[in-house]
Design a protein around this ligand. Structure first.
Ligand code: OAD
Length: 246
């Protein structure tokens, strides 16, 4: 079946559109990374929820690292899927493009995406508890838990915990406000402030396309919502864009 999603939006499709994509855990589902909510998901486990909370007293850096090290080893066995790679192609096609992700799994970077706002950080990075310097930690298993910064102080995971503000939100907001075409892919849309971005884009008159196998809290508001898996639907929309683009 040929997709006619973009054509039906009635927009003038060209490389000059400002295209923004917001992704959530669902885009990595077909890579084998568990999502956070719903049956069999990560936050179904109370220990995982506790270790992802900044409010968990006192700040348990070792326990948090053990949790992320478990997730790092899981993700190390996974590969980016067709949806991650399609986003890389879209980035090189549109003159003005930004990817905003809630994911900390690093699969977008591994696929080759470059202009990324990682709102919740990245589990492959650590941040010094003393001077705040961010360092890459690609090796797993880690040499020590917690890993140490070159200054001798411990690093914490460069990941936003429940109760902490997101990273780079000002940049994400600017991108959402400039968007002509906004995709929201694989997110339940229940976590703020990421969930506000498609709504802000809509208010600024962008067309917003949601891709998700399930209906979400955002579904009633978006321009068009497509029920399906990201790795199947996004490459088909991309084919349609290539056919229509001037
Ligand atoms: P959720 O686990 O809340 O939602 C995942 C969404 O992906 C659901 O709406 C699913 O229906 C959808 N989904 C599942 N398989 C899919 C597929 N193959 N293709 C497309 N969509 C699919 O994850 P997020 O919305 O990303 O924060 O959660 C937001 C934040 O909550 C996460 O970044 C995490 C969590 O607390 C941190 O870790 C800081």
């Amino acid at each position: 079946m040929e997709f006619k999603i973009i054509k039906d939006l009635g927009i003038d499709l060209s490389r000059d559109l400002h295209v923004v994509i917001l992704t959530g855990a669902g885009i990595s589902a077909e890579s084998g990374v568990p999502v956070f909510r719903g049956r069999g998901s990560m936050w179904g486990n109370p220990t995982a929820r506790r270790l992802a909370s900044y409010a968990y007293p006192p700040w348990n850096n070792r326990g948090t690292w053990e949790f992320y090290e478990w997730r790092r080893q899981l993700v190390a066995k996974c590969s980016p899927n067709a949806a991650h790679y399609t986003i890389v192609e879209m980035e090189s096609f549109f003159n003005s493009f930004c990817l905003i992700t809630q994911n900390v799994d690093g699969l977008h970077r591994r696929a080759g995406s470059r202009n990324i706002v990682e709102l919740h950080g990245n589990m492959w990075m650590g941040r010094c508890l003393k001077d705040g310097e961010i360092v890459e930690l690609p090796e797993t298993p880690l040499k020590s838990i917690p890993p140490l910064h070159s200054c001798g102080e411990a690093l914490r995971p460069h990941v936003v915990q429940f109760g902490e503000p997101v990273l780079d939100f000002d940049r994400a907001l600017r991108e959402a406000m400039m968007a002509n075409l906004f995709f929201v892919i694989g997110t339940s849309g229940v976590v703020s402030p990421a969930r506000d971005l498609p709504l802000i884009a809509l208010r600024m008159r962008a067309k917003v396309i949601e891709i998700n196998p399930e209906e979400t809290v955002l579904t009633p508001y978006v321009t068009v919502s497509i029920r399906g898996k990201a790795a199947e639907v996004l490459p088909r929309i991309w084919m349609e864009i290539l056919k229509l683009a001037k």
